[in-house]
Write a protein that binds this ligand. Structure first.
Ligand SMILES: [Zn+2]
Length: 275
């Protein structure tokens, strides 16, 4: 069973949010300091596909713009359920998602509170971040810095076995080039293999965390462009990266990865513009 990437879900939503500004009211800082004021009502959701995620996102937005201030007590499950028009179970699931990412904590018998020190929360690029074009670009900028650094380190730290893996992965991407789904998977594998070759576990961890972002972008791009010369351009850019890593030229590897990802962003922007 072949499933297409959610171009409509990802790209159209990204454009809608970037240009029309869905949730503008929800993201407007309602208050940034002083004592908590009465909260405005949350958007009633009707019947969207994933209620807990939608609710978690509305709450996350309020927490991050401090309209729900650090340390502030959240409304009860019952109150939130009534505002969102959902059951308490759905609210509980949404709160569980926020707990996982360190945004709220539950004090038994007292209630759920916004964590006091949000700066200490675990690093997260949430699925919702990818629904907003400006955020998407920020994540991509982070990726450029991380991956060009990883490529530079890989040039000096890679083992022979890791170089073999990189070269084999490139071949797999090429062999799969007609099949956008397999090609997307192997292309992500290639970028993860560069991070492994840096021989620094933190690069592997952060790239693992970002891999869903990379996979989303690559799938969308491959879906739209398979069979066009653009796929060959990408192949050539990958070869330049591996060649620089093979000859242990750190500066060239850094430059080749940066160029590849800058081009990727330009291609992705064009793709969004074309839709
Ligand atoms: Zn690539």
């Amino acid at each position: 069973m072949v499933s297409k990437p959610s171009v409509t879900a990802t790209v159209y939503t990204a454009r809608r949010q970037a240009f029309v500004g869905r949730g503008a009211a929800a993201t407007k800082p309602l208050m940034s300091s002083g004592p908590p004021k009465a909260m405005t009502a949350f958007d009633n959701l009707g019947r969207p596909e994933n209620l807990p995620d939608e609710i978690a996102q509305q709450l996350r937005t309020r927490i991050l713009n401090e309209s729900l201030a650090p340390g502030q007590r959240l409304p009860t499950e019952q109150e939130l359920g009534a505002q969102f028009g959902v059951s308490r179970n759905v609210v509980r699931e949404a709160i569980a998602r926020l707990k996982l990412t360190g945004l709220v904590e539950t004090r038994h018998g007292v209630g759920t509170f916004v964590c006091a020190d949000l700066a200490m929360r675990p690093f997260e690029v949430s699925h919702d971040d990818l629904m907003d074009l400006a955020q998407l670009i920020h994540v991509h900028q982070l990726r450029v810095e991380i991956e060009s650094g990883a490529a530079a380190l890989a040039a000096t730290h890679r083992t022979k076995a890791q170089l073999d893996t990189l070269q084999q992965t490139l071949k797999r991407v090429e062999l799969a080039s007609a099949d956008w789904q397999v090609a997307a998977h192997t292309a992500v594998d290639f970028h993860l293999a560069v991070a492994h070759a840096a021989n620094n576990p933190y690069f592997v961890r952060i790239m693992g965390h970002l891999s869903h972002v990379i996979h989303n972008a690559v799938r969308t791009f491959r879906f739209r462009n398979t069979g066009t010369p653009r796929i060959d351009e990408i192949g050539n850019e990958h070869v330049l990266i591996v060649d620089a890593i093979a000859r242990q030229d750190s500066a060239a590897a850094r430059h080749a990865m940066r160029t590849h990802l800058d081009n990727a962003m330009a291609r992705y922007r064009k793709l969004l513009g074309d839709l």
